[in-house]
Design a protein around this ligand. Structure first.
Ligand code: GDP
Length: 455
């Protein structure tokens, strides 16, 4: 339930920084400002104007810090409530003391995401936009940021509204006949209902198709590097990272555990996992590393199987082929600076084959591009119109709406209007949960609890 009390929190990250911001939202915001902030210049706190002054402990009269304060009168604020921001020095102790002073004015400490939750409850943004705020903060790549910004601007919400519009149109027609049972559903109205539902289904289907790419853009992908010892996995990892993170030696079996690093290729966030070389061994420690590598194979979004192209295909290479069977795998032929001896069987089982020389870096850029092309398909991703689903919550809601709509279409010939209306209402309920019209308190708790404090 939404209680209109006044809340406050530190909105800058924990620790020491240049500036620390304490945010206050609610009816008491202005009163807090007048109590603890003394502007240097006359005129007091004017809405949407910064003023310079001092924060004072009202009990002792002590000056706690010099600060800038900005008061934003409702509804022109982030939460659509009265908001006060105090910008003080960014030392954690200063910030904590200012927050304590604010709380001593009878204000409550905000829960995680509570400012954004109020922006949602007060109708300034919908749920997709609220989630996009969180995604903006958590973005790991340019494309993730771009997608989140578009969702915050309402690109996805508008599509969802289009679907709702179609379904409401269809429902109004069906309900009109329920109200006048003496009339049979006329052919023209039946067509109009079908057309409206068809249009809604079309938008839903198109959105569902964007989910895989949206998820990849938002969360990034995991790419596992496997290969026999000495194939050049660590050298490749270093090339991909542009640093000497993995140990490169000519002694087979040196990378015994899994090394994990995150990089960005062409705007795609990639979690790279370099594994122990896979081979038969009696060394227990090495075998443990190999087991861990094998365990990771089913979870990876993509596998880079590295082969030493300067050596003949071996039993150890066959072990790699068996291990990655059925998984999305790029064959990476390394050491192509040396004369080629490798003949790789069943090349067609790989989604791509890229020749590189990890030592010099030849071919590595092409490999990066090939990795990206496995996940990012729409050149439209850069365009202003690009809209994608990026959360399983949105996808699940639309899948459920889609099921109600196919049930509706199957039931249309029988013309049981009550049942048809029920299907449409259930579909509307599912679609509305995406933007939050029909989201329950439990769903809101779940979403906003993963926000940071002060947002
Ligand atoms: P890993 O065991 O698969 O991680 O292999 P490393 O990256 O440790 O490399 C094994 C050996 O192969 C090292 O001596 C590397 O210098 C060498 N090596 C790696 N890549 C290339 C390459 O492209 N060309 C040549 N000639 N040698 C390479």
């Amino acid at each position: 339930m939404y209680i209109r009390d006044t809340i406050a929190a530190v909105s800058t990250p924990p620790g020491n920084g240049g500036i620390g911001i304490i945010r206050v939202s609610g009816d008491q915001a202005a009163a807090v400002g007048h109590t603890i902030f003394k502007p240097v210049y006359d005129g007091g706190l004017v809405s949407h104007r910064f003023s310079f002054g001092a924060i004072r402990d009202t009990a002792t009269g002590e000056k706690v810090d010099e600060a800038m304060a900005v008061y934003m009168r409702a509804p022109r604020s982030y939460t659509r409530e009265d908001v006060l921001e105090l910008h003080c020095h960014g030392g954690w102790l200063v910030v904590e003391r200012v927050l304590a002073l604010v709380l001593s004015c009878g204000v409550r400490l905000a829960d995680p995401g509570e400012f954004t939750r109020r922006a949602f409850l007060n109708g300034r943004i919908d749920l997709v936009q609220a989630e996009a705020v969180m995604d903006i903060i958590a973005s790991k790549s340019e494309s993730a940021l771009q997608l989140a910004q578009k969702q915050r601007e309402g690109a996805l919400s508008r599509r969802i509204e289009d679907v709702r519009g179609c379904l409401l149109r269809a429902l109004a027609l069906v309900e009109a006949y329920i109200d006048f049972p003496e009339d049979d559903l006329g052919a023209t109205d039946a067509e109009a209902i079908q057309a409206a539902v068809g249009e809604a289904q079309g938008i839903i289907d198109a959105l569902l198709l964007t989910f895989e790419e949206g998820r990849v853009i938002r969360d990034g992908v995991s790419v596992l590097i496997v290969g026999k010892p000495n194939a050049g996995k660590s050298s490749l990892l270093n090339r991909l990272l542009n640093e000497n993170r993995a140990i490169v030696t000519h002694i087979p079996g040196t990378t015994r555990d899994i090394i994990e690093e995150t990089v960005t290729f062409d705007g795609l966030s990639v979690r790279l996992l370099d594994t122990a070389g896979i081979r038969h061994t009696d060394d227990l420690v090495e075998q443990e590393g190999i087991n861990r590598a094998l365990d990771k194979i089913p979870q990876a979004d993509l596998i880079l199987a590295v082969f030493d192209a300067s050596r003949e295909f071996s039993h150890e290479d066959q072990l790699i082929l068996d291990a990655v069977s059925g998984r999305r795998t790029i064959a990476v032929l390394n050491k192509t600076d040396l004369p080629r001896r490798l003949v790789l069987p069943d090349e067609e089982r790989f989604v791509a084959l890229v020749k590189i020389a990890a030592l010099s870096g030849d071919g590595v850029d092409l490999l990066k591009k090939t990795v990206c092309s496995q996940f990012l398909h729409s050149t439209a991703a850069d365009s202003r119109e690009f809209v994608a689903l990026s959360r399983a919550r949105h996808r699940d809601a639309l899948v459920s709406a889609e099921q109600f709509l196919s049930q509706f279409s199957n039931g249309l010939p029988e013309c049981n209007l009550e049942l048809l209306a029920l299907d449409l209402r259930s579909a509307l309920q599912a679609v509305g949960s995406v933007t939050g019209q029909t989201a329950t308190d439990e769903v809101l708790d779940l979403i906003f609890s993963s926000f940071c404090i002060g947002k």
